[in-house]
Design a protein around this ligand. Sequence first.
Ligand code: ZN
Length: 644
Amino acid sequence: MSKNSKETFYISTPIYYVNDIPHIGHAYTTIIADALARFNRLLGKDVFFLTGTDEHGQKIEKAAAEKGLTPLELANKVVGRIKDLWKALDISNDFFIRTTDPFHEKGVQKIFLNLKAKGDIYKGTYQGWYCVSDENFLAEDVPVEAEGYKTCPDCGKKAVLVSEDCYFFKLSRYQEPLLQFYAQNPEFVRPASRMNEVASFVRQGLRDLSITRTTVKWGIPVPDDPDHTIYVWFDALHNYLTGAGYDWDMERFRKFWPATIHLIGKDILRFHAIFWPAFLMAAQFPLPKTIYGHGWWLRDEAKMSKSRGNVLDPYVILRTFGPDPLRYFLLREIPIGLDGNFSHEGFLHRVNSDLANDLGNLVHRTLTMIQGYFGGLIEDLEEEQAGDKEIRQAFDALKERVADFYENYALSRALEDIWVYVNSVNKYLAENEPWKLAENATRKKRLARILYQTAAAIRGISYLLYPVMPESGRKIWSYLGENKAPEEVPFTSFRFEDLKTGRRVQRTKPLFPRVLLQDFLKEEAPPAVSQKKEEKMDIVTFDEFKKMDLRVGEILKAEKVPGTDKLLKIEVNIGTEKRTMVAGVGDTYSPDELVGKKLVIIINLKPAVIRGIESQAMLLAAEVGGKAIIPFFDREVSAGAKVK
Ligand SMILES: [Zn+2]
């Protein structure tokens, strides 16, 4: 019964639905949670980090049947893939819950019965739109069409209005208690802007919530009424209780509940900020402290339609870079409350400039100099001079700020500030020109101080980065001859000057690979698409182009691709959007004469990268005496018109 005196930090991700292939979106939520969990462990808190999978429901049942598997067999496969991904991303969850775990099913049934006994759950009649073909009720928010019926969003067929017996949760009873709770706990929903959205939804009135179905079999049966299955949110949300130990490890449950933060995507905010606290109020559990709805990584739609389809597969990046560059990019690029646009260009830019250039070079140069000038030993310091002192004091100030940012979930701000410091250390090194001091035997102690200061700064930087980049943090510490890992040093006792003299550093290879976009994309291109063929782009055969989506394109801009004779970079309007393409027509046409012309282009090809430019369309041309001749239209046509 005794509550641990240590402060606790309980963080959860949503449980991921097992009909999905894990992608960047899942990785993002889990990486945020991992960084926050790791930081709170550094603070010395007792951390419980929960993630897991949502495995019930009709979609799983159907998907499994199509594959000739039982739902649980399908779930087992996907769970295996998700766990592999978490391992590849260096995720440090303390527990992984599956809604098919017997303790979860038992816990949910127990709560169901409690609420039924209290009158918060009652039996009634549900009227809803039902898709006969999918044997499924449509979500409430599917709109009614002008003709007065709803269309199934899954199969596009007309749904019918039917009634069935079901159990309801008395959500209406909690409208006022919820509003009072929001007023007293303005930090309950974050970012703050989303609190208003939630409260105004509740103010419009809450209807009771149907929480069982007779048409869905793959789920937790209602105790004492097994024709009914508990479905969707009532089952899934309770994972936050059962995953922490409710009803099967009550010691852990008492220690960690209520959760400190449920981290979720903003699309499931209402379920977490309205239904979940209402369920908890009904069952008389304390409420979690914060529901944080983070933003999404998007790709602009034009890119999505012609993409190679694996762009959001995290392994595309993990295979080349390992976990830390992806973790860094996702957390650095945008504040977690906002949306971001994911592109490989953006990713590589960050990795090459921030990681390979700013940080990787700093580490590599410093260790190489300590190796070269002192045989790998850090020793014989002279006293700190003004500039040396500045580097140390700037670190101490940085450490305080970074702690504040991490505590306020402002991960991108923490990383920004760390990089300002990285660059000031780079500047310190450049200004002190250690390579010149090394030429003069009498300046040896000055040289040692500069390299010490730089090495101590690197040790501090990698410590502050550790929650976001654990693997790099550990590596850098071992290069510096530390016998501990960063996570073994409590945040409050970490000091800049604890880098001891007399230790031996290791010679290293560069920490982060520098990868060019061209090479990166080339490596990932499916082998069936020959880069050479696409680069030629002079002529395509009929067999090839009849499969293609051909459109009228209007040339908006054309220019020579630098360093080539033949290649032009051409921007075309295809009615709904602009596309850029690279075409080998530069020895037939000048850029100027092309502007305004309309021609036939293929818009559904996989993009090719040619001379570093992504070519998103291909034009048709005849090859005459080695030159490309483009067929232009001789009548007025509008850009985007289909060509058959
Ligand atoms: Zn349907």
